[in-house]
Design a protein around this ligand. Structure first.
Ligand code: AHG
Ligand code: MN
Ligand code: MN
Length: 334
């Protein structure tokens, strides 16, 4: 096999186009990528490393934790607690924030869904790690949960690692989206797609159809019009894909377009949705917008939402801009 000739992730960050980015942020991103390599290695060992199945514990979201949820969370905590780049971390798998102790305190906040797609771990289907980076707003005082409650537009970087047939690292520092593929031999991430662009139109949608009877009218209308195909109001046939790992569903959209929905539904009417704003929706919305797509909760742009709590949930509709705008129109006229 020929050796990759493209840039490594480090070379990409050191290129002229990123001269304005703080060295600590570049180092932090390289640390996150290294943690993802460790998680990737564990994912690919699976049962051989006794890493499949339930851990028998629950998280603050009321979900059963898998062994890999905890393993991935521990890798990220251990790898970042003494590097001097972070003030604190927050995770889907931890009740409260993890403040960095002196003398290792830095200027950034790291948020993560350490293992997205937990229901797919044991069946060998793509899963991933999603991360978001914010600035710590007050450099002098000790970090608090309130410091994390920033709008998504404040993110200085966001991305994910996808553990699929290949391990792919996708990142944005606010000037487009780039994709890197892990070379299993050298353990380097090589740039394999720069300036990712989501097509404005699509014929593909992703939603868990088993929840159909619980949806709100605008989502029901949109999906039924897609299902009506070429003889319905959309006058074209649509295809449906649902991987049940947001990270893999969003990756497909970044690669070839589409629309992904995990909307509010009537199963738990008091919850705004299933997905988490800070660990899932904000970083994915940042990437999707950076690639020319759109991301809304039905009423507003997700990146403009002011969070009121760390583990806040949100309805998510993202992907090809013209489709997302149409779904927004259906919500506004409802
Ligand atoms: P997590 O594994 O981090 O809890 O997230 C799972 C999420 C998301 O990845 C996916 O889109 C959705 O849950 C799948 O939900 P269904 O079980 O309803 O398909
Ligand atoms: Mn998740
Ligand atoms: Mn998770």
């Amino acid at each position: 096999m020929s050796q990759p000739t493209s840039k490594t992730f480090r070379e990409f960050l050191n290129a002229d186009q990123h001269a304005h980015i703080h060295q600590d942020l570049k180092d932090l991103l390289l640390d996150v990528a290294n943690s993802c390599k460790k998680i990737s290695h564990a994912v690919h060992q699976g049962a051989l490393a006794n890493l499949l199945g339930s851990a028998g514990t629950g998280n603050v979201q009321g979900e059963t934790q898998q062994k890999l949820d905890i393993f991935a969370n521990d890798v990220l905590l251990e790898d970042h607690s003494r590097k001097g780049k972070l003030a604190a971390m927050a995770s889907e798998e931890m009740d409260s924030i993890y403040a960095i102790q002196k003398p290792f305190q830095g200027a950034f906040l790291l948020l993560f869904d350490p293992l997205d797609g937990s229901s797919n771990i044991d069946v060998n289907v793509s899963i991933g790690t999603i991360f978001s980076i914010l600035k710590h707003p007050s450099s002098s005082s000790a970090p608090t949960e309130a410091d994390f409650l920033q709008v998504g537009t404040n993110q200085v970087a966001a991305g994910y690692a996808l553990y699929g047939p290949q391990t792919i690292f996708v990142v944005s520092v606010g000037n487009g989206v780039a994709m890197f593929t892990l070379d299993p031999e050298s353990q380097e991430f090589y740039l394999t797609q720069a300036n990712v662009q989501i097509p404005k139109d699509t014929k593909e949608f992703a939603i868990n159809m088993s929840n159909m009877r619980h949806w709100d009218a605008p989502v029901s209308r949109y999906v039924s019009e897609c299902l009506a195909g070429s003889t319905g109001p959309r006058q074209k046939d649509f295809n449906m894909r649902w991987i049940a790992s947001m990270v893999a569903d969003v990756h497909r959209i970044l690669v070839r377009g589409g629309v992904f929905m995990y909307p509010w539904d009537k199963r738990e009417p008091d919850k705004p949705g299933k997905l988490r704003l800070m660990y899932e929706a904000n970083p994915m919305s940042f990437l999707v917008e950076q690639a020319g797509g759109a991301s809304i909760n039905g009423q507003q742009r997700i990146l403009d939402i002011h969070p009121s709590k760390l583990h806040e949930r949100v309805s998510v509709i993202l992907g090809s801009a013209n489709e997302v705008n149409l779904i927004m129109k259906y919500h506004k006229s409802n």
